[in-house]
Design a protein. Structure first.
Length: 141
C-alpha cells in the first residue's frame, strides 16, 4: 500500500512512518504544499496514494486547504468516489469544529486527535477499511 504522511513536525512524521512502514511505502511531506505536490505527482503517474495522514495545523498551507485541493485534483483526474484516497486528518486540536469542517467541506475520510499511538491508529485504519485485522496480525508474527 502506498501512503503519504504530511505533518510539519519531523517527530510526528517519523512516529507515523514507523507505525505504518510494515504495511507499505510511506512518503512524507513537511507542509501542505509539499504534500499536495507529492499527491499530485502520484495521481499523474497513475499510482495514487491509498492513505493520506494529514495534519490540520501546518505552515504555508494548512491541512484544510491541502485536503480541499487534494480532493479537487482527484476529481479532475477522475479518481474520486470509490477511487479516492482515504484521508485521515490528524490534529492536536480538541475543537470539534475543525473536524466537522474537514468532514463537510473537505470530505476527509476520518480524523484522529493527537497524541497518536500505534493501537489507536491501527484501530482507526481497520475501522476505515484501509487495513484488516489479519494484515495487522501478520506483521506481528
Amino acid at each position: 500500500m502506498k501512503m503519504l504522511i504530511v505533518d510539519d513536525l519531523w517527530e510526528n512524521r517519523k512516529l507515523l512512518q514507523g507505525i505504518l512502514k510494515p504495511y507499505g511505502r510511506c512518503d512524507t511531506g513537511a507542509n501542505g504544499m509539499e504534500g499536495l505536490e507529492l499527491f499530485k505527482n502520484a495521481l499523474e503517474e497513475g499510482e495514487p496514494y491509498r492513505l493520506v495522514l494529514l495534519d490540520i495545523m501546518m505552515p504555508h498551507m494548512d491541512g484544510q486547504e491541502t485536503l480541499r485541493q487534494m480532493r479537487q485534483l482527484e476529481h479532475q483526474q477522475r479518481q474520486d468516489g470509490p477511487l479516492e484516497s482515504a484521508i485521515l486528518m490528524v490534529t492536536a486540536l480538541g475543537d470539534p469544529g475543525e473536524a466537522l469542517k474537514a468532514f463537510f467541506h473537505g470530505y476527509c475520510t476520518d480524523y484522529l486527535i493527537k497524541p497518536v499511538t500505534q493501537p489507536r491508529l491501527l484501530a482507526k485504519l481497520v475501522e476505515m477499511g484501509v487495513l484488516t485485522t489479519q494484515q495487522i496480525a501478520a506483521t506481528h508474527d
